[in-house]
Write a protein that binds this ligand. Structure first.
Ligand code: HEC
Length: 347
């Protein structure tokens, strides 16, 4: 995936027009979702009508801490790290059990969008009359097409919508923020403040850039985004996933060799993103039908490999002691070997 296809690349043409739109998003257009669907000329009109004073006041208002519209009874209570970007669009962690789905259903959620890699629990959601849409994204930013697809899903599918990744901290809030800005539901600054509120790490510069660079997307452009809205996204084949695992792991070894800093010869490398990717891939691999080809301990080994990646990611997030980080990464490496020795290397 080249950087130009990522949303980070959209910023390059930022113009006075973009600023006008941004102003618009912060003023007239944020009052309702429908108002945001004005065409560009009326957006321009609105912005030019504003006096300089009003513009300044608007900018100030946008910078102020936005009221976090807590969903009554939902936030805090669930451990789902719930953040309401708007009353129509809520981000959080993956609903893991019946109680979580019941909570979402009680709060009238009609559609759940997962941007996580793992296959969602479509059946459990259905039991509660909730539709699932699976549109996975990575940690480095959101592919432009996927960004439009998510925004379109938020625009067109029945709401309120619940948008989640795994922990509800990084990718989910970024995708929610991106959709809210694309639809003119929130000004950029406010969307970013809510991402911070959700706990999106500043290390994920690509995720923040996706939102800061974005402007409201005209409906005609959104109308071109795919509408398949699959319940489950196709997962990469086992071998492809393994090679992605291996890339992430190699990057983490380079980070280790650079004393847990971003390696000088790889300035784009985001250590936490690599750890998150590794964790995600291994989590999804635990469910891969490939394990049926192997004896039962294969699945246990995948579980251990994933667990080691979870622990490593946590230590990296907590900026743990370098020795502990090294030990944790060694454990990941051992988990790869433990499985490869009997099952890959001796076929
Ligand atoms: C539970 C078993 C298991 C674990 C854990 C595991 N692998 Fe694998 N891996 C396999 C098997 C089996 C293959 C061979 C797949 C094939 O060719 O059909 C493989 C293939 C690979 C390949 C070759 C991919 C290609 O393009 O042909 C790489 C690289 C790899 N693994 C890296 C890793 C790394 C790095 C880890 C640890 C972070 C890891 N694997 C963890 C089972 C495992």
């Amino acid at each position: 995936m080249t950087s130009t296809r990522q949303c980070g690349g959209i910023a390059k043409g930022a113009s006075a027009f973009a600023i006008l739109l941004l102003l618009c998003a912060a003023t007239a257009c944020d009052s309702s979702k429908d108002a945001s669907r004005n065409d560009n000329s009326s957006a321009k009109q609105t912005a030019t009508d504003k006096s300089a004073d009003e513009s300044a006041a608007t900018a100030e208002a946008a910078n102020r801490e936005p009221p976090v519209e807590s969903v009554p009874g939902m936030a805090g209570q669930s451990g789902l790290n719930i953040i309401a970007f708007t009353p129509h669009l809520i981000s959080g962690a993956v609903p893991e059990n019946t109680a979580d789905f019941a909570l979402l259903a009680n709060h009238k959620i009609k559609t759940i969008i997962s941007v996580d890699g793992a296959t969602p629990d479509v059946e459990e959601a259905k039991r509660f009359g909730i539709r699932y849409v699976h549109l996975p994204i990575g940690y480095h930013g959101i592919d432009k097409e996927r960004q439009m697809e998510i925004a379109r899903a938020v625009r067109d599918l029945p709401g309120p919508l619940y948008l989640h990744c795994h922990h509800g901290k990084h990718r989910g809030p970024a995708a929610a923020a991106s959709a809210a800005v694309a639809l003119g539901m929130l000004p950029n600054e406010q969307a970013i403040t809510l991402m911070k509120h959700a706990g999106t790490s500043p290390s994920y510069a690509g995720l923040y850039q996706c939102v800061s660079d974005l402007k409201k997307v005209p409906d005609v452009e959104l109308d071109m985004a795919p509408t398949l809205f699959p319940e489950t996204a196709p997962v990469p084949g086992f071998v492809k996933a393994m090679s992605q695992v291996s890339h992430a792991y190699d990057h983490l070894k380079q980070v280790r060799d650079a004393d847990w800093q971003v390696p000088e010869d790889h300035p784009d490398l985001v250590p936490l993103a690599e750890a998150g990717k590794l964790e995600n891939l291994l989590r999804a691999l635990r469910e891969d039908p490939e394990h049926k080809k192997y004896p039962p301990d294969f699945k246990d080994m995948m579980e251990e490999s994933w667990q080691s990646a979870v622990d490593f990611e946590k230590l990296l997030t907590d900026k743990a002691d370098p020795d502990d980080l090294k030990k944790a990464l060694d454990r990941v490496g051992q988990s790869c070997k433990a499985c490869h020795t009997p099952y890959r290397n001796k076929k």
